[in-house]
Design a protein around this ligand. Structure first.
Ligand code: FA5
Length: 367
């Protein structure tokens, strides 16, 4: 029922003093007038403040009650409260209606047809690192590996402890990163995906996961502070170094579409034993030495090794029954070798004309 009718009725039957009751109907009418002119939630808010606010018209009436006698106070107070309830209800109804209207208008004005070809704009393209990740995932999927993911903000447990880094182990020094006040950190490696994967899956396990990692680094042609890795793990009965080397060779020959010269050097990572660093003969300089390979002719692409028994245990897997290998590869460096990019910083400076050079064939692919 519209409020003005409501208040016509009340005032006819009210035994209140004329000077108080006389005030109610005009307020109700003024409210109706203001409400009918509010076509936006901001205007409605102003109406709400004017009538129901701390310094609003209803509050002023309530303050006036103190001058009335006990019986009058009860009667007039009841009338004011009923008016207040009616106004509150009408404001709520109007608010629901206006919010819905505004949402509809916003949707109508921001609607875009994503199936239309870009008009007057160039199509976007996939970043070289995205292309490398997609190709790696294809290669590993074809070998029966699952594709997993993990969070960028990790706990100490997943980034270090479960990976067999003791709290004060010197190997942590090479993994300096940003820490949050709650003790979380930006992951320094994709290896936490190993632990998260083992927690979810039962052997036999074949899994890979790609993503960003973050470290405090001195930047140069092959070092960034935010870079990318792919992590991989295979666990089953009887897995040995031969399986590791074969899988790495298949991955690299598929990636580069040719045989690539590789060498393994002993490498220390707390979560593998034995551990290795795998290097490839630099494809940018043909092994002669350049900035990208620090004049060595070889580029360190990945760390790998046989999963440490403590890590298997952390993942809930019995190391007396199962063994496995794991690897973690820098995919920025892989992209540099794959696309002949001589400085890692080109990959991160947001130059669109640079990015487009690598992506023409697959720019319309949808994944
Ligand atoms: C690790 O991060 C280990 N988690 C890898 C691993 C996984 C070992 C599983 C054993 C088993 P490392 O710090 O060496 O290891 O980094 C791995 C690769 O990331 C390097 O070989 C390199 O290709 C790349 N990388 C490392 N630091 C940088 C950097 N600052 N900028 C660009 N790429 C980097």
């Amino acid at each position: 029922m519209p409020l003005s009718e409501n208040w016509t009725y009340k005032s006819h039957h009210s035994p209140y003093k004329p000077n108080m009751t006389d005030k109610l109907a005009p307020i109700a009418a003024a409210f109706q007038e203001a409400l009918s002119q509010a076509t936006h939630t901001k205007e409605l808010e102003a109406v709400k403040v004017r009538f129901l606010g701390k310094k609003g018209e209803i509050q002023a009436l309530l303050v006036g009650l103190k001058d009335l006698s006990g019986e009058e106070k009860a009667q007039v107070g009841k009338g004011i409260n009923e008016l207040k309830q009616s106004l509150t209800q009408e404001i709520a109804n109007a608010e629901a209606r206006l919010v819905a209207q505004e949402e509809q208008a916003a949707l109508a004005s921001s609607w875009i047809d994503v199936t239309l070809n870009p008009q007057g704009q160039e199509a976007g393209s996939l970043h070289p690192i995205t292309l490398v990740h997609q190709r790696l995932e294809e290669i590993f999927e074809a070998m029966g590996f699952l594709i997993l993911d993990g969070p960028h903000v990790e706990t100490d447990y997943y980034n270090f402890e479960a990976l067999n880094f003791d709290p004060h182990h010197p190997a942590r020094d090479m993994h300096d990163t940003f820490f949050t006040q709650g003790g979380r950190l930006l992951r320094t490696q994709t290896s936490p995906i190993q632990i998260r994967g083992m927690e979810r899956l039962k052997p036999p396990i074949r899994m890979v996961g790609t993503g960003k990692v973050f470290r405090c680094e001195r930047l140069d042609a092959s070092h960034e502070a935010c870079f990318h890795q792919i992590e991989g793990m295979m666990i089953d009965k009887g897995i040995n170094v031969g399986h590791l080397i074969h899988t790495m060779k298949v991955m690299l020959s598929e990636m580069f579409e040719k045989e690539v010269e590789v060498r393994l050097r002993p490498g220390y990572f707390p979560f593998v034993e034995p551990g290795y660093e795998l290097e490839i003969a630099c494809l940018l300089c043909g092994g002669k030495g350049c900035a990208a390979c620090k004049k060595l002719g070889w580029v360190e692409l990945l760390g790998c090794g046989m999963v440490h028994p403590n890590v298997l245990k952390a993942g809930g897997i019995d190391p007396t029954v199962y063994s496995g290998f794991a690897f973690g590869m820098g995919t920025d460096r892989l992209a540099m070798q794959r696309y002949q990019i001589n400085d890692i910083r080109h990959l991160h400076n947001g130059d669109l004309s640079f990015n487009r050079r690598f992506s023409t064939a697959s720019q319309y692919q949808v994944y």
